[in-house]
Design a protein around this ligand. Sequence first.
Ligand SMILES: Cc1ncc(C[n+]2csc(CCOP(=O)(O)OP(=O)(O)O)c2C)c(N)n1
Ligand SMILES: [Mg+2]
Length: 358
Amino acid sequence: MIKRVFEGHVDYMQILDEKGNMDQSALPSGLGDDAILEMYRQMSFARALDAKALSLQRQGRAVTYAPLLGQEATQIGAALAMRKSDLFVPNFRQHGVFIARGVPLYNIFMFWRGFEEGNIISRELGVFPYIVPVSSQMPHAAGIAFAQKYKGADAAVVAFCGDGGTSEGDFYEALNFAGVFKLPLVAIIENNQWAISVPRKNQSAAETLAQKGIAAGVEVMQVDGNDVIAVYKAVGDAIGRAKAGTTLIECVTYRMSMHTTADDPTKYRPDAEVEAWKQRDPIARVGTYLRAKGLWDDQKEAGMQEGFKKTIDEGVEKAEQFKPDPKSMFDNVYSFMPQTLKDEYDEAVKEGFWQQQR
Ligand SMILES: Cc1ncc(C[n+]2csc(CCOP(=O)(O)OP(=O)(O)O)c2C)c(N)n1
Ligand SMILES: [Mg+2]
């Protein structure tokens, strides 16, 4: 005897299409023109910040940088759906979420200048530090979500990982744990189609990455990650039901730029692919929508960009004035300093390590 014991499916959501057409019936209630204008501003600011950070690195004023170009809707949609009490766990690319949550620009610039102090973020912003080991943030996020549930806090944890990150054991372990304990976790796969030079099709034979959550027994959803409205709705809905358990959301987007400044994507991906994704630009479609409604024009755009330049230049100036303390590399690693680290610290002091570095 054979009988079917399980059947699964993954829904895909898009509300604002590539041409700027809005599916009014799916528009989240209460999301008015002002909120859409704010999404447009925040995405545009993320893009302006991105261009500046890349330019600083090329001038030798930053050590490295992981661009977000093309992924603004995924990041801003998620950030604006979050409540103040929610907590954000990033990997290394979500500068857009950082700024939308109010992380000062100098934190971001300081980090990419190579100073750990950039990662010290005011607790009240509910933003965890940049994490580079792929998917190592996911078990942390599940643990933080467990703590929220244990404390009875009205807080969801929103965590990001990449398409490549979904192949790591840490990803599955985190989701499995979150599924069993029905944790208030919203896990977002920022599927930008590439993990450095590994294309999405070589990452997994699964048709969607969202379906990886089905095995963990959590809610799953796939979203047009270049549609800020759809991301906002999907993440908002997931936060709304977070007390009942976890949701995995795959945002289908595209990394328009290089992996990091140490990478040259022209070596491994066709220009035609990049060109095709340009047609699905996340900011342009909101601009088209707003202009068609008479809410935006060239003059407003120019004024906004000028304001961004001023704000960003001030953030850079502050970050460049910062005098790093090399000793700080020993701080904020553990809640207390273990003996092994203390030994290294003492040795560095004895050898005058930081004097030599100046
Ligand atoms: C555990 C681990 N393995 C390898 C690396 C090197 N590495 C850094 S980013 C990356 C690819 C990540 O791809 P994805 O998860 O799709 O995120 P994206 O960079 O596209 O945002 C790799 C292999 C790392 N940082 N950590
Ligand atoms: Mg990727």
